[in-house]
Design a protein around this ligand. Structure first.
Ligand SMILES: Nc1ncnc2c1ncn2[C@@H]1O[C@H](COP(=O)(O)OP(=O)(O)OP(=O)(O)O)[C@@H](O)[C@H]1O
Length: 273
C-alpha cells in the first residue's frame, strides 16, 4: 500500500510559477551601497496566496519591484514559469498602496481597458470592454464603471486597481501593501473581498504586508523576512483560513511576532547584559 501524499510531495510535484533564487538586491546612492535583501529564495505555486511579511525597510517592496522587472538583482535570479525575469511584462501585474495609481483622465472602465488594449491581450475594443466589465462586476463596481477616479473613495480606487490587474489575467498578481492606506474597517472589508475573489477565480497572488494579522488572514503561505537587509527568517506553509480568526490564529500571531523580533530582543539582552 502506498503511503499518503503529504503537502511536501504536492509542492515538489508541481513546477513553481515564480522561482526566486538567492536574490540579493542592492541600491547605490553616490558612494554608498545599500543592501535591501540578502540571498532570498522562495517558490510560489499556482493559486498560492503567498505573503511576504517583514518589518519596515526589510526589502519587501524592493523584492516586489525586482519580480516586476523594475530592479535587477545584483546576485541570484528570478524566474517566472521557467523564464528569467529581465524586464516588466503583462504576465506580472502590480497593485500598489497609493490611491493615485489610476489614470485620472480616464473613467473606471477605461482604466481597466487601457492596459488590455495597449498590451495586445485582447484584439478588439469590444472584447476589452466586456472583459473590463466582467472584472468590475467581480469587485462590485459595475455602477461606477463610467465614473472618474476622483469621484471614488480610496477603497473603490483600490478595487479598480485590483480589477485592472486581474483583467489582464497575469501569471501572478503582485500586491504591495494594497490596503495599508485604508481606514481599519475598509481594510477588513477589502481583505474579505480579496478572499472572496480568490474563492471565485483561484488566482496566484504575492501579497506584501508588514501586518502580521493581515498576513495570517490572507496567506496560505507566509515568507517571513528579517529586518534590514531582508533575509528569509522562516517559511510557513499550509496555513488554514478557518484558523486565522480563532485562537490558533492568535497563537500563530504571537509566534510570528516572537520570530520577527527575537534578534532584536537578543541584541537588547546583549547590550544590557
Ligand atoms: N530607490 C532606492 N534607493 C536607495 N535605497 C533604497 C531605494 N529603495 C529602497 N531603498 C532602501 O532599501 C531598503 C529596503 O527598502 P524597501 O522599501 O524595499 O523595504 P520595505 O520592506 O518595503 O519597507 P516598507 O514596509 O517601509 O515599505 C531600505 O533600507 C531602503 O532605504
Amino acid at each position: 500500500m502506498s503511503s499518503p501524499k503529504t503537502l511536501v510531495d504536492d509542492v515538489a510535484a508541481s513546477e513553481p510559477i515564480l522561482d526566486i533564487r538567492d536574490v540579493t538586491l542592492q541600491y547605490t546612492a553616490g558612494h554608498l551601497s545599500i543592501l535591501a535583501t540578502y540571498k532570498v529564495s522562495a517558490q510560489v505555486f499556482e493559486a498560492d496566496r503567498f505573503v511576504l511579511l517583514g518589518p519596515s525597510g526589510c526589502g519587501k517592496s524592493s523584492l516586489l519591484k525586482s519580480i516586476g522587472g523594475f530592479h535587477k538583482p545584483s546576485e541570484g535570479e528570478i524566474r517566472l514559469r521557467g523564464r528569467k525575469v529581465t524586464e516588466p511584462g503583462p504576465d506580472r501585474m502590480m497593485v500598489f498602496q497609493e490611491f493615485d495609481q489610476l489614470l485620472p483622465w480616464k473613467t473606471v472602465v477605461q482604466n481597466v481597458t487601457f492596459p488590455l488594449m495597449e498590451s495586445g491581450k485582447v484584439r478588439t475594443r469590444k472584447e476589452a470592454e466586456e472583459r473590463a466589465r466582467h472584472y468590475l462586476e467581480k469587485v462590485n463596481l459595475t455602477k461606477f464603471a463610467d465614473n472618474y477616479p476622483h469621484m471614488l473613495s480610496g477603497g473603490m480606487k483600490q478595487r479598480v486597481a485590483i480589477a485592472r490587474g486581474m483583467a489582464m489575467e497575469p501569471d501572478i498578481l503582485l500586491m504591495d501593501e494594497p490596503f495599508a492606506a485604508l481606514d481599519a474597517l475598509t481594510r477588513v472589508k477589502m481583505q474579505d473581498e480579496l478572499l472572496e475573489l480568490w474563492d471565485d477565480t483561484h488566482f496566484t497572488v504575492l501579497f506584501v504586508t508588514h501586518s502580521i494579522a493581515e498576513a495570517i488572514k490572507i496567506g496560505n503561505r507566509i515568507l517571513l523576512l528579517s529586518p534590514h537587509p531582508g533575509q528569509v527568517k522562516a517559511e510557513l506553509n499550509g496555513l488554514c483560513r478557518a484558523d486565522a480568526a480563532g485562537p490558533k490564529g492568535k497563537a500563530l500571531e504571537r509566534d510570528i511576532h516572537d520570530m520577527l523580533f527575537a534578534d532584536k530582543a537578543s541584541e537588547e539582552i546583549r547590550h544590557h547584559g
